[in-house]
Ligand binder design. Structure first.
Ligand code: GDP
Length: 426
């Protein structure tokens, strides 16, 4: 993706998340100087496999596994400081050094324990299938202008005053919601007092760091979490996450202008999955779905929840190409389809007997669409060893060609396994 004219690349999930963005960012980070997370929080889970080792990263950008890479947690992220440091300690234990190359935006909002209590209480009534990590309530507070930001910790006394009023408000809400739990102010104060001395030294104007890196001709990767169909504006509302996952959110969440972005890579699975509730038009029948889940290891990296599985949905990916302005696609997990003799691809939707070419805005309509399928022949050979397009069997190449035609964006990468080297650059 990087070339003399392309210095700033966004990597986004182009379906419902879990497309393998972590692996792609890890691969691309080899050529990047800076990697920035721009939205979401500890509800995301990127899995990166290096050799025999597996790293699951929730809040720290996947670029951290490359020693030369500076990693930034952007202003658009909501940061859970406790789990952030747990993750960091785990990396340190495994020999990854981060000193001087990991910074957190001083404008990023903090996820507090009371946000998690509110999340659990509202999930009971709303049933959106959230991860319960407090992300939604933290964004609500951000937009309600009640948030506590990383930079606030520079003046701990003031931050504790803010905390007192926020905890009181949270407890009022919990009472109204009929929840039994209450947030404890002393526990919250203890948390901030304990973590502020570690967090404040990392706090920085990360947008400025990105700006300077680009000015100096360095390569920057903006790493999205979740996927386009979970975007709060463009996703299957209300079964969405609470931030803008799409590429437009990358500029805002990283603190740079949109004109700084040169390319957008959309990561898509060779099939489709989603966690949580909400419509999934190309959901496979129970048997095939179970097979995809087993072969693809489709269980959430954050919650361990089984993912719902289905076939490639071209309507979703075409929509994603449009709302993200994708300049390229990375198709992951092609190897998961190795054993299927026939592979259905959802080419378009029908609704009420007519065509439905674009993603409907309302989930009620999306629940009514019927995918039109084209069935492509499988290749029935293991792809794990392929490193060039020419190594792929003709059926696999034909499958990719068809996805590319249907999606309307060029395929730039094909991933055929979990490991870093199991990638084909097209
Ligand atoms: P992310 O949040 O988009 O990074 O996705 P996750 O990490 O939640 O899920 C992707 C999963 O698929 C991880 O377990 C990866 O190791 C795995 N993965 C990524 N690419 C491939 C691939 O090409 N083939 C296979 N079999 N697994 C892959």
């Amino acid at each position: 993706m990087f070339d003399p004219k392309t210095h700033c690349v966004v990597v986004v999930g182009a379906q419902w998340g879990d497309e393998g963005k972590g692996k792609l960012v890890d691969v691309l980070a080899e050529r990047a100087d800076v990697v920035v997370r721009y939205q979401g929080g500890a509800n995301a889970g990127h899995t990166v496999v290096i050799g025999e080792e597996q790293f699951v990263l929730h809040q720290i950008p996947s670029g951290i596994l490359h020693q030369g890479c500076t990693c930034l947690v952007g202003n658009g992220v909501v940061l859970d400081p406790e789990t952030f440091f747990t993750e960091l300690d785990r990396l340190h234990d495994r020999g990854v050094t981060t000193s001087g190359r990991l910074f957190v935006s001083d404008r990023a909002h903090l996820v507090m324990p009371y946000h998690k209590l509110l999340d659990a209480a509202s999930e009971k009534s709303q049933q959106l299938g959230t991860t319960g990590r407090g992300i939604g309530p933290t964004y609500e507070d951000k937009y309600g202008r009640r948030g506590i930001r990383v930079g606030d910790l520079r003046h701990l006394e003031g931050a504790c005053d803010l905390l007192a009023s926020r905890v009181e408000r949270a407890n009022q809400l919990l009472a109204v919601m009929g929840a039994a739990e209450r947030a404890s102010l002393p526990q919250h104060i203890e948390l901030l007092e304990r973590l502020a001395p570690r967090l404040v030294p990392l706090a920085s104007d990360t947008g400025l760091l990105v700006h300077r890196a680009l000015r100096d001709g360095r390569r920057v990767l903006l790493e999205g979490a979740q996927g386009a169909l979970l975007d709060v504006d463009h996703g299957t509302y209300p079964f969405v996450t609470s931030s803008n996952t799409t590429a437009g959110g990358a500029a805002v969440g990283a603190g740079i202008g949109p004109t700084a972005v040169d390319g957008v890579l959309g990561v898509v699975k060779a099939y489709t999955t989603r966690v949580g509730n909400g419509p999934l038009p190309t959901e496979a029948t129970a048997g095939a779905g179970e097979e995809l889940r087993r072969l693809g290891g489709e269980f959430g990296a954050t919650t361990g929840r089984p993912r719902r599985c289905g076939w490639f949905d071209a309507t979703v990916v075409r929509y994603s190409v449009r709302v993200n302005g994708l300049t390229g696609l990375a198709v992951t997990k092609l190897d998961v389809l190795d054993t299927f003799s026939e592979i259905p691809v959802g080419t378009a939707y029908e609704m009420d007997g007519g065509d439905c070419e674009e993603m409907p805005a309302e989930v009620r309509m999306l629940e009514r669409v019927k995918p039109r399928y084209e069935v492509l022949p499988g290749w029935r050979k293991p792809l794990a060893g392929a490193r060039r397009l020419a190594d792929l069997p003709p059926e696999a190449r034909a499958y990719l060609d068809r996805l590319q035609d249907l999606a309307g964006a060029p395929i730039r990468y094909v991933s055929v396994g979990t490991r870093r080297d199991q990638i084909i650059e097209v």
